[in-house]
Design a protein around this ligand. Sequence first.
Ligand SMILES: *[C@@H]1O[C@H](CO)[C@@H](O)[C@H](O)[C@H]1NC(C)=O
Ligand SMILES: *[C@@H]1O[C@H](CO)[C@@H](O)[C@H](O)[C@H]1NC(C)=O
Length: 340
Amino acid sequence: MHALFLVLLCATSFQAVRKAPPSFRSSQCIMGSPGRWILWTVCACLAARQKAALRVTMREASLEVVRGDSVLLPCSFFTSSDFSRLNVIWTLAPFSSPETPVQVIVYDHRQVIKNPSLIGRVDFTGLPSRADIMLNDTHVSDGGIYRCMVNNPPDTADPGVGELLLSVLEPPSLPVCEWDGDVDVGGSVRLSCSVEEGVPTPEIRWEKVDPEEISLPINMDGELSGSVQIVNVSSQTSGLYRCSAANALGTQNCYVKLAVYRTAADGAWGVLPGVLLTLVMSLVLLALLALVVWLHRTGQDGRSGRRRRRRRSRGHGKAEEEECYNEIRYTPSLMKRSFV
Ligand SMILES: *[C@@H]1O[C@H](CO)[C@@H](O)[C@H](O)[C@H]1NC(C)=O
Ligand SMILES: *[C@@H]1O[C@H](CO)[C@@H](O)[C@H](O)[C@H]1NC(C)=O
């Protein structure tokens, strides 16, 4: 009703305005006039006249879709001509390379031409009265600024272009936790965490979760990775650490378990066991050596004692022979025993 009223107003006053010089027309709009409604009429008139030309309107300024889902990109237009020469071009300026827009899909001479990389995923819905497109199985790379350009000669496009921002969201991927450094007492350790995917950019956080929960100060090494530096580690540093990557669509965690070892740097308690061990081992070795020496000496003493006793019991000349004889006599039995 409102539009009809404007058009009627226009029809009554348009002829009069057209006869006036151009300067009059602009002054009516800019400076006002004695008759206030004349001004309104003129302006309404100009607006109504623009409506007669082809005009594109985007029903949405921006849209969000979760990766993998389908999305309808709406593009409406008003035209007063028939659709025989309708031409629609959709382009995308991707977020990854905004300065190089690509053609998504084109309708021209009643034919649809699709970007080869999007075949099977994109199509017009509602042609020819609407220029909406449907995008299936969305990828993160589909995100960007979409432009819908419509021409329908002889209508003049005014404006024939509409813009729409599409964001393709995705949950964070599983982050990767790593640590490097020195887990000896007094050393320093660096925990790092990086995540590959996620839109909007996942927030990275490091926390110690066991034995007690503490959130840790993080240094961001770029957008998708963050690290924590722990200096002068002590036994209290031991425990379980968690890195979480979170965005609106979800959270993913990875974990690092640190065990801090006591070493020489840990003071007397670190040195003592080593020293004690060395001492004990030396003592054992010494004892063994002493035992061997003692056994050897008692063996010699026993034999020489026997010899002496034998020497004493037998004659001088025979004693030498008997000694040799005895040694020879014992040897075969020893050998036999070792072979049995
Ligand atoms: C997109 O999906 C819809 C619904 O699942 C389907 O009707 C349409 O044909 C699909 N479009 C393309 C281009 O595959
Ligand atoms: C390291 O920590 C110990 C106790 O945990 C402290 O006595 C020492 O002063 C610290 N050293 C440095 C360099 O901060």
